[in-house]
Design a protein around this ligand. Structure first.
Ligand SMILES: [Zn+2]
Length: 457
């Protein structure tokens, strides 16, 4: 085969979201991840542009995990002519299915709402993709096992390796000729409540490593202590604790910790409402794939029975009207959409309300605005004053921090020929580049969007 591999950085280059890396070889063209850009408007607008490549020449998509910023662009890829298989582990594809359908539903609803209330500049506003588009995408899914090599052509094979982070998540080892390409995906953390520790690569000629927290260490805080204090305060204020949560993993982790705190008698039996249709579907994935997490089936059942799972929008309004002090966990995690908007619209102007942010808040999201102390916040074209107390637990992050990232590469026996730092904001990327040089004497590159690199194999 030809000696050069061409790498196209189509997303998560200089930014966190939109992961897409096209690897062009003389045998196969492989797209690693196919994520949507999220956050700043300028980034989100990029989603609407066709990719600057010949999409119909892509043979296969291989997914590290099911998060929106890794799979959310797939239906648009099909629209641009992609006809191949989309490969992932079984739970990754199950999560991707949930995420794509939910995302499509939100796009349809937003387009309808914008058209009805006429706050759109486009007439009519079109959904980014429809539920039908998502369903067509899912038809191209193909499950592959973890830790098993999959031969794509004579000189190309890949395998998925367990990576913590969320259920089903992996890093990818892709062997082309004699060279090993390693795509970190999103790296999870050790000692997670629900997931095992990530595996680590042992060899990488070309390494693509995420740098979300490349410049940060997660604070050493006792999550259970912090959460207990916030809950007791909420009860004291006779208020509501609203936790905007990612439906995948974070929500299940929160359910598990809250159940544990109650069991240990650290918090009273305060009602807990889980309002996330998507979260319910993810719970089902936990049930279907018991080998991919640490929860026993007894714990799983007890944890589910401890909370009120909201099924309909009518119940959402009943919960808002419920005068008791309570905990509400609702999507989305960065307050960009979902049921949490309904609660915040009604309750964010009350001083007795506490909003607890529990994960990474991307630039340009309402979550980031709240985190940075915004005095007002906009939902669907209207401003609401922020009177609620805003709190933040960073240590519940599903992402490795700088120390974890350095540890994740520590088993690599060779000096990689190329190290690409991806999936980070500029400050994180640069800090991690400097750190990798200091600790391992590796020279890393920070690619920009649409950069193209050639690598000898
Ligand atoms: Zn992720």
């Amino acid at each position: 085969m030809e000696k050069f591999v061409k790498i196209n950085f189509l997303g998560a280059a200089g930014v966190v979201t939109g992961s897409k890396f096209l690897i062009e070889t003389s045998e196969k063209n492989i797209l690693i991840d196919c994520g949507m850009f999220q956050g700043l408007k300028a980034l989100r607008e990029l989603n609407w542009e066709d990719l600057p490549i010949d999409v119909s020449s892509i043979d296969v998509v291989v997914l590290t995990h099911g998060h929106l910023d890794h799979v959310g662009y797939l239906p648009r890829l099909l629209k641009q002519g992609f006809k191949g298989k989309i490969k992932g582990t079984a739970p990754t594809l199950a999560i991707a299915e949930i995420i794509l359908k939910d995302s499509a539903k939100i796009h349809e609803e937003e387009a309808n709402k914008a058209n009805k209330e006429k706050y759109t500049k486009h007439s009519p506003a079109l959904p980014f993709y429809t539920i039908k588009d998502a369903e067509n995408t899912i038809k191209q899914f193909e499950v592959e096992l973890e830790d098993k090599w999959v031969q794509l052509s004579e000189h190309i094979a890949f395998r998925f390796q367990y990576n913590g982070h969320i259920i089903g998540a992996t890093f990818i080892e892709l062997d082309i000729n004699e060279k090993r390409f390693v795509f970190s995906g999103d790296i999870g953390r050790k000692n997670d409540y629900l997931l095992s520790d990530p595996k680590k690569p042992e060899w990488a000629d070309v390494l693509f490593i995420e740098s979300t927290y490349g410049n940060k260490l997660h604070p050493v805080e006792n999550i259970e202590d912090v959460l207990t204090e916030i809950i007791l305060e909420t009860i004291h204020k006779k208020g509501n604790l609203i936790i905007p949560s990612f439906a995948v993993e974070r929500l299940q982790t929160l359910m598990f910790i809250l159940w544990k705190l109650y069991q240990k008698n650290r918090i009273p039996n305060i009602p807990i409402f889980v309002d996330s249709p998507m979260g319910n579907n993810v719970l089902d994935v936990f049930k279907r794939f018991p080998k991919w997490h640490k929860l026993s089936s007894e714990d799983y059942t007890a944890m589910c029975n401890h909370v009120n799972i909201i099924q309909s929008y009518k119940e959402t309004w009943e919960t808002i009207d419920d005068k008791r002090s309570k905990i509400i966990i609702a999507g989305s995690g960065m307050v960009t959409g979902g049921r949490v908007l309904t609660y915040l619209k009604q309750l964010i102007d009350e001083p007795s309300t506490t909003v607890l942010l529990v994960g990474y808040q991307a630039e340009g999201t309402r979550g980031r605005q709240l985190q940075e102390g915004a005095h007002e916040i906009r939902f669907f074209g209207k401003y609401y004053p922020v009177k609620a107390t805003i709190k933040n637990i960073e240590s519940l992050s599903a992402h490795a921090d700088q120390k974890d990232l350095l540890d994740w590469v520590s088993d690599i026996k060779n000096v990689p020929e190329h190290v690409y730092l991806i999936h980070g904001e500029p400050a994180s990327l640069d800090a991690f580049r400097v750190k990798l040089k200091a600790v391992y004497n590796w020279n890393a590159t920070i690619p920009k969007l649409t950069d193209v690199s050639k690598v000898l194999v």
